[in-house]
Design a protein around this ligand. Structure first.
Ligand code: URA
Ligand code: SF4
Length: 204
């Protein structure tokens, strides 16, 4: 009998047939890590198969959790503007997250973002791997440390390796940049935003 995987993993919840519709359905039943329990729903990626550019964020936020779609809240609005300035049409990209359920803690009546642990990131990785395998983007843009480390390894440093082509087999071009939320949190939003746009331009 094979040894039971000691780590939480989504692997057991993957559909037998890897199609986008099967994945979207199956992810709603995932209990591969504890995050499903406190979220409204899983938020899967959005966009067309064969999109040239795939963008990966961290974990859905409050609004994404309620809407069931990635990057529709404040970080999403900022991403829309950055893509626009970089000359990338969002409707021709595939947008997703490294972790599919919203992780949060309460602050008063509000649900505020909490960072998924490494174990949770690894548990969720089969979903984003399946998305990459199906969409087959030419350019894969990892936004923020969670997305970059989930797919490239824990020692990856976004601050040191952003905005440049990376050595990876995941796509023809793999690159990393800051997370749109980092711009929102920054004291120097303008410079951070310009940096994000510059990094996105290499994907275009
Ligand atoms: N932040 C993310 O990483 N993903 C979203 O979908 C929204 C905010
Ligand atoms: Fe499954 Fe990922 Fe949700 Fe965890 S966060 S339950 S691994 S879909």
């Amino acid at each position: 009998m094979p040894a039971r995987n000691p780590y939480p993993t989504a692997a057991a919840f993957m559909p037998d047939r890897l199609t986008m519709s099967a994945l979207r359905e199956a992810v709603q039943h995932c209990e591969g890590c504890p995050l499903y329990a406190n979220a409204t729903q899983a938020v899967f990626g959005e966009g067309k198969l064969g999109s040239d550019v795939m963008l990966v964020g961290e974990t859905p936020g409050d609004q994404e959790d309620l809407a069931g779609a990635p990057f529709v809240g404040p970080a999403g609005k900022l991403l829309d503007r950055a893509l626009d300035e970089a000359g990338i049409d969002r409707s021709k990209t595939y947008v997703t997250n490294a972790v599919k359920h919203f992780k949060w803690r309460s602050r008063g009546a509000r649900r505020i973002h909490d960072k998924p642990t490494w174990t949770e990131q690894m548990a969720c990785r089969p979903w984003v791997e399946a998305e990459i395998a199906l969409v087959k983007p030419r350019a894969l843009v990892l936004m923020g440390a969670t997305a970059a480390q989930s797919l490239l390894g824990k020692s990856f440093r976004v601050t040191q390796n952003r905005g440049t082509p990376l050595d990876s087999d995941l796509a023809e071009l793999v690159t990393a940049t800051i997370h749109p939320s980092a711009v929102l949190r920054s004291d120097d939003r303008e410079a951070m935003f310009a940096g994000l746009v510059a990094d996105l331009r290499i994907a275009r």
